[in-house]
Design a protein. Structure first.
Lengths: 335, 397, 333
């Protein structure tokens, strides 16, 4: 048990280090944007009709701590993010980022995790079936679908679905809420409205992930099926579904769980573009907005860190689950 | 006589057998690849597309830029050459002349009408716009350093019509020929992907190589950094990097930087694979033997370890390629990558994002089909190569 | 009493390179209480032959139409090759026939405890309750000499030593009281000292349970230790059979002679080894006529590469498939 805590602690420390490296990278990227926050602030005041001098800019820089060396600023920023959960203000929108993102983060994460869940819900049984069957039709179609997942990226799929629904039904499936609920407070009606529309982004985001997961599950299953212990088990008279689920499927579950983090990464990858096409005003579309149209480095940085933190968290959890699942690691840790 | 032919038969049998056992890795891979029908078909499609990309200027009757626009045929539907119609048969394929009009009858939209009496004949090897296979045009800081060098300039094109224009895939809103642009876009995607893959590969080889060969704390540190970069979703990171490009940069500069970013983002996965492979290969006895003979690390890496997985690397690069193309396309699609004057599959797809297009100008979707076919062909070939190079690890991820 | 009869077993594999003959016209019988050694180099078809007894070969295996495998149980005779579904095959797989594999580590599922795997098999083949099955499993583990069996029952394969794993494998294989035990190179992966222990254990158990063993190995010295009768296989054919004594002391087939000559002898350390000339032909290049003629020192062109020799009985049970043993073989000229 002590060893297990030790293991968990080491994993946690490694996750934190990963996050620190990522936030350093993200912070450096933010610094690359021409012009700092003080200049922008002042430029904004300028448009309001105030006369601005160099001293004003410098005073503003001091106020924002921009006169300090790079590493200190990076440290302060990372410290605020990790210990206080504060991403600071966006100097383009002049709004607190935490307030700006608030429930949008949870909606986006909810949709992404739902997409991940459904893609595995489909991929695991279908992948196992495809690996265990000798039916060439089933095998080839699974192969083709997984290839199509790459060749028909989610943004194209989203686009095609959006255009067709608009043309066929005259009403676009865009957005997560109907007009009347968009700014309303959460209520049961708003929730059902949300559910009636959320399936489409979930399907689209899960599309590529399903294709990949399908390929992973099938490949891992094929690997396991060819192992001697499966032959040995069938030599003992174990057959059919019992053989399939208790032996190769049970043993390929570990690596499948291991790939969860990567698939979440894939879903996040597609999120901004899909969000843009479907005019989901959640996190993804904000990211594009922040980057493409306004160079809002604080907002972009915050979103990047949040996305990465989710993946790191999922990786951490899957690592622990894997350790508990694998008897080798488990007995090593628990004694 | 009979005896002679029989012994000859035996000799060829013998040499066939010999050939099988002494075949090089490359020959075996090729033989196995040829047996995979889907991969072979994909291979031919891919070859055709790559050739079409390389000879896009020769194959396109019009320049893919604004210079090649047809003002009289904006938003024009595709024109398919015909051999006969109600007015009789013609050995030479022809298309119809068109007229453009706008009136109260057409709701004040420009409407293109086809004049079936006006035949325009398709001609081969016509003279048209000029293009150069070597065209260096760098706008470097300082006028003295500007490079403007053109060579291998031609103006012959595979086909054209005697009067007016021919647009196999139709035209877009400004009258640019979609067929010519699609071919050009394939070339752009190839170029971009190749550059990205190359940069990613060099970085991966250096970082993965150091990590896998030396092991120990160097490996742990590098792995930590590699993993950290790998956790960041690539497209958002790519967007963040691409958004900082100054607006005033030339199309070539943007293209180059975008490709470089692709490489900068793409290396971790490759590096990890190279490292894993090196680590397992490094503990093999033959490396120990080389070390005992006093071979230096760089010698061992170059002469023993790298050759042990060249086929593996080639397959990996082949598989990475479509990912690069996809990233570039996604970025260009949202307007952060290559933009309109540059023909890329992504920038052309930008045009299809309106319902109006689906209702009225369906031919805008032709480049989308090409994109799907292009990526699909790459994936099939990549997977086919992987299976051929390593037949015992069927369809590993 | 004959337990097992294999008649004219033919088996081919459909592969990308074409049909590969793995077993060609193999016939043998196995009596209760008897140990039959199946000897051959790798690729000789000995494992494939053994797996055919339970139809364990991969799905691309094609059995020849004349092939027959009969298993005589107390109440009835089972025609193994006529069994279709996995459910029908249960009486053979793990019931009447059990198998031990070369690598005990790889033949246990890594993430299921040894006890669970044993109980699972017992529940399929016996009417025991879970509790009874667990008790029997622990008893079997004790019987094969595993100390602390009650604890081992709850452990995983990786927690046991190599010899211990193979003992556990034997315990599992014997727990359902099979009529025939197939041992596929059961000692190859073990240390020499442990090999002897495991072999002794197997011999004891045969005597105790009264079953037959089909013992597969490439190691003639192991065969000499364990088997009553031997069949020598090469490229899917049986080239010589007989009692252990006959085959080892008076080998009559050139291949058997070559095999015995190529063994290192402790008594003659300084003498050079005499390997069999040439290489095993690739399975795609199956020689016509006698399969061994490409490497045989006695081969005669026009005879050995033209037709396939039948097993020629030498009397007292020994038989060898070689033209040189027949009457019409021209004496040395």
């Amino acid at each position: 048990m002590v060893k297990f805590l030790q293991f968990t602690l080491i994993r946690a420390v490694m996750s934190v280090v990963t996050l620190l490296i990522v936030s350093l990278i993200v912070f450096s990227l933010m610094e690359l944007v021409p012009g700092n926050c003080a200049e922008r602030y002042i430029a904004f005041k300028n448009t309001q009709g105030q006369v601005i001098t160099i001293e004003d800019i410098q005073a503003e820089e001091r106020r924002l701590g921009l006169d300090k060396p790079f590493m200190i600023r990076a440290g302060t920023w990372a410290g605020n993010v990790f210990f206080k959960g504060q991403f600071g203000d966006s100097c383009i929108l002049r709004l607190n980022i935490n307030n700006l993102l608030s429930d949008k983060v949870w909606i986006s994460l909810g949709i992404c995790l739902a997409a991940l869940f459904f893609s595995y819900l489909i991929a695991i049984p279908v992948g196992i079936y495809a690996a265990s069957t000798r039916n060439p039709l089933a095998n080839n179609s699974v192969r083709f679908i997984s290839y199509l997942g790459l060749a028909l990226p989610s943004f194209l799929l989203a686009l095609i679905i959006m255009l067709t629904t608009t043309v066929l039904f005259g009403e676009s499936m865009a957005g997560l809420f109907s007009k009347e609920y968009r700014d309303a407070a959460w209520s049961f009606a708003k929730f059902t409205n949300f559910m009636s529309r959320a399936w489409l982004p979930i399907f689209i985001l899960g599309w590529a992930a399903t294709a990949f997961a399908l390929q992973t599950v099938r490949a891992l299953m094929l690997d396991e099926i060819s192992k001697l212990y499966v032959t040995a088990a069938s030599a003992r008279g174990i057959s059919g579904r019992t053989l399939l689920w208790r032996y190769p499927a049970r043993h390929s579950l570990g690596p499948v769980i291991n790939s969860l983090g990567f698939d979440l990464n894939r879903i996040f990858n597609d999120l901004p573009v899909v969000a843009l096409i479907m005019t989901l005003t959640e996190m993804g579309a904000l990211l594009i907005d922040a980057l493409a149209f306004s160079n809002d480095q604080q907002l972009a940085g915050a979103i990047l860190v949040i996305l990465t933190a989710c993946i790191v968290l999922v990786n951490f959890v899957t690592d622990i689950v894997l350790a508990l699942m694998d008897p080798r690691v488990r007995t090593g840790l628990m004694g | 006589m009979d005896l002679l032919s029989r012994s000859k038969q035996k000799v060829t049998d013998q040499s066939l057998k010999e050939a099988y056992f002494t075949a090089s890795q490359t020959q075996l891979v090729r033989a196995r690849f040829k047996k995979n029908r889907a991969a072979m078909v994909a291979g031919w499609v891919l070859t055709l597309m790559i050739l079409a990309g390389f000879f896009s200027e020769f194959l396109s009757p019009y320049a893919p830029t604004m210079a090649g626009r047809d003002k009289q045929y904006e938003n024009g539907p595709p024109q398919m050459p015909k051999f006969w119609d109600e007015n009789g048969f013609s050995l030479q394929p022809f298309i119809y002349g068109t007229k453009r009009e706008r009136s109260i009858k057409t709701n004040f939209r420009w409407v293109i009408t086809v004049d079936r009496e006006d035949r325009r004949y398709v001609r081969l090897f016509v003279k048209g716009w000029k293009y150069s296979y070597i065209d260096l045009n760098w706008d470097l800081p300082g006028d003295a350093f500007d490079v403007n060098f053109k060579a291998l300039t031609f103006s012959t094109h595979l086909f054209g019509v005697d009067k007016g224009g021919i647009h196999l895939f139709g035209t877009d809103a400004s009258g640019k020929d979609i067929y010519s642009r699609t071919l050009r876009a394939i070339f752009t995607s190839l170029k971009c992907g190749a550059l990205g893959v190359f940069i990613a590969f060099v970085l991966a080889l250096i970082i993965g190589g150091i990590s896998g060969y030396y092991g120990g704390w160097i490996d742990s540190t590098l792995q930590m950094i590699t993993d950290a970069i790998r956790t960041v979703p690539p497209l958002p990171l790519f967007m963040a990097l691409a958004a900082f490009l100054p607006q005033e940069w030339s199309a070539e500069a943007v293209f180059f930087v975008i490709s470089s970013i692709l490489g900068l983002i793409g290396w971790p996965t490759l590096a990890r694979r190279i490292r894993t492979h090196l680590l397992s290969e490094r503990s093999q006895e033959y490396v120990l033997a080389a070390e005992l003979c006093g071979a230096s690390s760089s010698h061992i890496i170059r002469r023993h370890l790298l050759p042990s997985f060249t086929s593996y690397i080639i397959v990996d690069l082949m598989i990475t390629f479509p990912y690069m193309v996809r990233l570039e396309t996604a970025l260009s699609f949202i307007g952060l990558g290559l933009i309109d004057p540059v023909s890329s599959l992504g920038s052309m797809m930008q045009n299809v994002s309106k319902a109006d297009i689906l209702l009225n100008y369906q031919w805008y979707f032709i480049p989308v089909l090409f994109f799907i076919a292009f990526v699909l062909a790459f994936v099939f070939v990549g997977d086919g190569l992987r299976d051929a190079a390593d037949p015992y690890t069927d369809a590993r991820k | 009493m004959t337990l097992l009869t294999v008649e004219k077993l033919d088996l081919r594999f459909d592969t990308d390179e074409g049909r590969i003959t793995a077993v060609d016209d193999v016939s043998f019988t196995l009596d209760a209480g008897e140990v039959l050694g199946l000897v051959g180099e790798s690729g000789s078809g000995k494992s494939v032959t053994a797996k055919s007894l339970m139809q364990l070969n991969p799905s691309n295996a094609v059995y020849g139409s004349g092939s027959e495998i009969y298993l005589e149980l107390e109440r009835n005779v089972v025609d193994v090759l006529s069994l279709q579904s996995a459910r029908e095959l249960e009486i053979v797989r793990g019931g009447a026939v059990s198998m031990i594999f070369q690598e005990p580590m790889a033949s246990f599922a890594p993430a299921i405890t040894i006890g669970n795997q044993m109980v699972e098999q017992l529940l399929i083949h016996t009417a025991l309750s879970k509790k009874k099955a667990a008790d029997l499993s622990v008893e079997m583990l004790e019987r094969v000499g595993i100390s602390d069996a009650g604890k081992r029952f709850y452990q995983y394969a990786f927690e046991l030593s190599g010899g211990m794993r193979q003992r556990a494998m034997i315990a599992m294989a014997l727990s359902t009281k099979p009529k025939v035990l197939i041992a596929d190179e059961p000692t190859t992966a073990l240390d020499v000292t442990i090999q002897a222990q495991v072999l002794d254990l197997m011999k004891d158990l045969v005597a105790e349970f009264g079953m037959a063993i089909l013992f597969i190995t490439h190691d003639l010295s192991v065969i000499a230790q364990t088997a009553d009768r031997v069949a020598v296989m090469y490229l899917g054919r049986i080239l010589e059979t007989g009692t252990v004594r006959q085959v080892i002391q008076t080998p009559s087939h050139p291949y058997t002679q070559g095999l015995l000559n190529s063994l290192p002898k402790l008594a003659a350390i300084d003498e050079p080894l005499t390997p069999i000339a040439g290489d095993i032909p690739s399975p795609l290049e199956r020689p016509p006529g006698c399969v061994f003629h490409t490497r045989c020192p006695k081969a005669k062109p026009g005879v050995c590469d033209q037709s396939i020799p039948d097993l020629f009985a030498m009397g007292s049970g020994q038989a060898a498939a070689c033209f040189a043993l027949t009457q019409d073989w021209p004496s040395a000229n």
